[in-house]
Ligand binder design. Structure first.
Ligand SMILES: Cc1cc2nc3c(=O)[nH]c(=O)nc-3n(C[C@H](O)[C@H](O)[C@H](O)COP(=O)(O)OP(=O)(O)OC[C@H]3O[C@@H](n4cnc5c(N)ncnc54)[C@H](O)[C@@H]3O)c2cc1C
Length: 503
């Protein structure tokens, strides 16, 4: 009976020394609770959390409700994967620290590196940003299945080289926690329909996987607040700021050079123009077009409506490229884009033995491209906590959750600061300080269209390499407030401007 939930293995695992069969789980499940960690969700945050745990426990068991696809393919459990997923430089640095060589592996898999603003250009309310030749932030442009597939393969490799055993239970869903209000002692799991090769009728019975540490990396659908209630604990305090953005995305293959500019194009919405779009190259000669709009301006998901929508954004440039590219996918929509943070780091919120990372902890408006980077920074925070605190000692959950909160905070401040003006009801309430900051950042963005110094300062912060407080450096404040706004270029600039000439 028990092997009904533990028979699943990723095709990637086959023949790899890091992988374990379900039988291995059976042998150890009753005895290894003391030194086993269970990771709920084998997506990006879950796989990166595995790297943090290697060397600190005997066994890591990943519980993933999907089966992993062969190769780099989309899967049901990560529906947002159809949409633009840019990996910011700050997140890539964290990823490289966790899994050295991953950047190179992405490139080998066809990923493009775009350096804003020289080869990822933004149109703002005052015109097109100049293409200053800055190369401070290489941001990864590739489809999400490639990111997940490359990371998964490298995690399996890292596990194979470590003393920790890694087990991946595919087609297995976490349905609850075991323990009590003070301590989590394991996870209740159940085989999913279609994942049960024993052919039994009806839903599989739940089984318990004992664990000294449970990491919830189950993404935006995390049930941890409900599971807390079952253990007799209050749910974490939740904060939401929802700009009401919806996405629609389609893949294109350019039919000639006119459909493939030598730069990615970003035309975000701005006050007075609430619709936007991004057109970027990804692997295999494909370009991704993601359109977005706030409430009342959601992009349609039918073919004609989607194409028509691109004619209504703040600049006609992207629309003009479409006759030179053929669609190679349907249009996919996505609406749940609120910034939502659960404050597990607040004193007394997490029980011993339970840590929450990635989207399960905090989701962001995807416009800012932060979620995957925060998944990497969260994993790094967990690893450093384990290293500095001597592994699975009492108080680990509390300390790790505080470290995760510190890693999350800068991205959260950026996202809610920018989105508050578009929120409604209680979400929209902001203090004078936040309103002033919002005005200041807007002015800085507009001034940076012609000012490479301010542009660099803004990108350092928005790519998550320095904290937002750097925007208040005296030189940055003076340039933002005292220098006049000037119009940008009237059309996407063809030439890259050497920095010496711009300064
Ligand atoms: C439209 C859109 C566009 C985005 N664009 C960007 C971008 O450009 N850049 C960026 O950095 N981020 C972007 N993001 C954010 C990014 O998708 C997430 O931050 C990232 O996927 C978080 O990883 P995760 O592992 O926490 O969650 P997920 O990737 O959602 O993975 C969760 C995993 O848990 C599994 N699971 C769920 N429940 C259970 C359960 N009960 N039992 C077992 N398994 C379970 C799921 O099957 C899945 O594999 C975007 C998000 C959206 C919605």
């Amino acid at each position: 009976m028990r092997d009904r939930w533990c028979e699943g293995r990723s095709p990637d695992l086959k023949g790899r020394p890091g992988g374990r069969t379900g039988a291995a789980v059976e042998e150890t499940a009753e005895t290894a609770g003391e030194r086993r960690a269970v990771v709920i969700g084998g997506g990006l945050a879950g796989m990166l959390a595995v790297t943090a745990l290697l060397g600190h426990v005997d066994t890591v068991t990943v519980v993933e409700r999907d089966r992993y696809p062969e190769g780099h393919a989309f899967r049901k459990g990560v529906p947002q994967a159809r949409h633009l997923h840019v990996f910011l430089s700050g997140g890539l640095r964290a990823l490289e620290e966790l899994l050295p060589g991953t950047g190179r592996a992405f490139t080998d898999a066809g990923a493009r590196t775009l350096y804003p603003p020289s080869d990822l250009v933004t149109r703002t309310a005052v015109g097109w940003q100049h293409r200053f030749e800055e190369r401070r932030h290489g941001c990864l442009s590739v489809t999400r299945p490639v990111i997940d597939g490359v990371v998964r393969a490298r995690v399996l490799r890292a596990a194979a080289a470590s003393a920790t055993r890694l087990e991946v239970l595919e087609a297995t869903e976490a349905v609850g926690l075991t323990g009590d209000a003070g301590r989590v002692t394991g996870v209740r799991v159940r085989a999913r329909a279609g994942g049960d090769r024993t052919g039994g009728a009806g839903p599989a019975a739940a089984q318990t996987v004992p664990a000294a540490l449970v990491v919830d990396a189950s993404g935006r659908s995390s049930k941890a607040p409900q599971w807390f209630a079952e253990l007799g604990r209050p749910a974490p305090r939740q904060e939401t700021v929802d700009a009401g953005i919806a996405y629609a995305t389609r893949m294109f293959r350019p039919t000639g050079p006119a459909g493939a500019p030598d730069m990615g194009i970003n035309i975000p919405g701005w006050p007075g123009s609430p619709r936007g779009a991004v057109y970027v190259p990804v692997e295999g000669g494909i370009w991704l077009l993601t359109a977005a709009g706030v409430r009342g301006h959601h992009p349609p998901t039918d073919d004609q409506g989607f194409a028509d929508f691109t004619a209504t954004i703040g600049d006609p440039y992207i629309h003009g490229l479409l006759p030179h590219a053929e669609p190679v996918s349907p249009v996919y929509g996505f609406r749940d884009t609120a910034n939502r943070r659960r404050h597990y780091e607040r004193p007394g919120t997490v029980p011993e033995g339970f840590v929450v990372v990635g989207d399960a902890n905090c989701t962001f408006n995807p416009i800012y491209g932060q979620g995957m980077s925060i998944a990497a920074l969260d994993a790094l925070a967990l690893r450093r906590t384990l290293e500095s605190g001597g592994g699975l000692r009492p108080g680990l959950a509390r300390r790790a959750q505080r470290a995760v909160a510190r890693a999350t905070e800068p991205a959260w401040m950026i996202a809610i600061g920018a989105d508050r003006p578009y929120a409604s009801g209680a979400d929209a309430r902001s203090g004078l300080g936040e309103r002033l900051m919002s005005w200041y950042v807007q002015r800085l963005i507009l001034r940076s269209v012609v000012d490479p110094v301010l542009g660099a300062a803004f990108r350092d912060v928005s790519c998550l390499t320095v904290p937002p407080s750097r925007l208040m450096a005296p030189r940055t404040v003076l340039r933002t407030v005292l220098l006049p706004l000037r119009p940008g270029a009237g059309a996407p600039p063809a030439a890259v401007v050497p920095l010496r000439r711009a300064a």
